[in-house]
Design a binder for this molecule. Structure first.
Ligand SMILES: C[S@@+](CC[C@H](N)C(=O)[O-])C[C@H]1O[C@@H](n2cnc3c(N)ncnc32)[C@H](O)[C@@H]1O
Length: 370
């Protein structure tokens, strides 16, 4: 077997799928996993949902390229948005495969969604790493379905399986997810930002969803938004930067982009209540959705954590792509942890940079497109 196949994908090769099965993939790791299921269930139906836009667009490209016409791919966390109870018959599945997400509540949501669509006798399969919480995940399956079997181990990962009997018990799980098992429920938090209160809408798994991030608050305090400008909030999360920018504008537009489907839903709620006149929220891999447009200000608090390590690949892309969508004279304004060496990147890409604020933990930097 090729060593380039991840342990999770390798384990999923063990799952038996019949030709007529209907299979649902939540949060799949790769197109390979979904393609494997689609080939086996040649007469069935395959659906997949993932909250990260780059994964979804890659998956859509791949299934089209391979000609897997029975596969539907949704940009969503679990069933959020694309499923309604009226669809229950049409969307009954023989197998639901969950690639364990890193956030606990996000996993619980996927298990509750599984219960909504798994046929009696159907299988719920979960794959994930020991470091990712696969052992506690087994306890969750056991409490819901009564039993959970470990079907395989590979490279520090496990494959779990539960069969849906006549009864399932979600009484222990539901309080841990409530009220967010309702896709229309949001946590609404009010903050006073630049002198006025702002309602921010969030959900589990969205960046800093339970409190205002200190770096975000630092950029809010120090960002400069002219009265007339087209502003891009790059990697908007729940939309705090875009909403504050919208209030500082007298004329102009605010565009918010993010890769996370839940962030997009939350930012939409935040913007609706912000009083901003002209705004939109788009799914995008960095600036992909606005590549042909131009802005006067790009605001961002770039993502840099991947698991427990620091990875600067994404922030570098954020800086490079911000430069491409700025008008001459336009500015990128970003906030970063003091230890992150973004000054070099700004110099390399823009040929200039300015320190707007230098605090104990965070700094705000800006660079101007020449
Ligand atoms: C550090 S958070 C900042 C969120 C928000 N701007 C704030 O300050 O509260 C970074 C955001 O970038 C988003 N993100 C990560 N990768 C992305 C990508 N490839 N394209 C667009 N957004 C991405 C994440 O979903 C997350 O919401």
């Amino acid at each position: 077997m090729s060593s380039s196949v991840s342990p999770a994908t390798r384990l999923l090769q063990q799952v038996r799928i019949a030709a007529t099965d209907c299979v649902l993939y939540f949060h799949p790791e790769s197109s390979a996993t979904v393609a494997m299921g689609a080939r086996a269930a040649a007469e069935g139906r395959i659906a997949a949902s993932h909250r990260r836009w780059p994964v979804v667009s890659q998956l859509r490209r791949d299934v089209e390229l391979i000609g897997l016409t029975q596969v539907q791919v949704h940009h969503a966390h679990g069933l959020a948005k694309w499923f309604s109870v009226g669809d229950a018959k049409e969307y009954a599945f023989d197998v639901v495969v969950i690639r364990l997400p890193s956030e606990r509540v996000a996993f619980y949501q996927l298990v509750l969604d599984t219960v909504k669509v798994l046929k009696p006798g159907g299988r719920c399969v979960v794959v994930g790493g020991n470091e990712e919480g696969i052992k506690p995940a087994a306890k969750v399956l056991e409490s819901v379905f009564g039993k959970c079997a470990v079907m395989g181990h590979a490279g520090g990962h496990r494959l779990l399986m539960s069969v849906r009997g006549e009864r399932v018990d979600i009484s222990a799980l539901q309080p841990l997810v409530a009220p967010f098992d309702d896709v229309q429920s949001f946590l609404e938090v009010s903050h006073v930002l630049r002198g006025s209160p702002l309602s921010v809408f969030t959900r589990p798994g969205v960046f800093s969803w339970e409190h205002l991030d200190e770096a975000t608050a630092t950029l809010v305090e120090h960002m400069h938004v002219p009265e007339r400008a087209d502003v891009l909030d790059l990697g908007c999360g729940a939309g705090v930067l875009g909403a504050v920018a919208g209030r500082l504008l007298k004329h102009g537009t605010v565009t918010l982009v993010d890769a996370d489907s839940e962030a997009i839903r939350c930012a939409t709620g935040t913007m609706e209540c912000s009083g901003t006149a002209r705004w939109r929220v788009l799914a995008s891999d960095v600036t992909e959705a606005v590549r042909d447009e131009r802005f006067d200000v790009v605001l961002c608090n770039p993502p840099f954590h991947v698991g427990k390590t620091t990875d600067l690949t994404l922030p570098v892309r954020f800086i490079e792509e911000a430069a491409q969508v700025l008008r001459p004279g336009g500015t990128l304004q970003l906030v970063a942890n003091r230890k992150l060496p973004y000054e070099w990147e700004l110099e390399r890409v823009f040929g200039n940079r300015r320190t707007v604020f230098d605090g104990n933990r965070f700094k705000v930097l800006s660079a101007t497109r020449e």
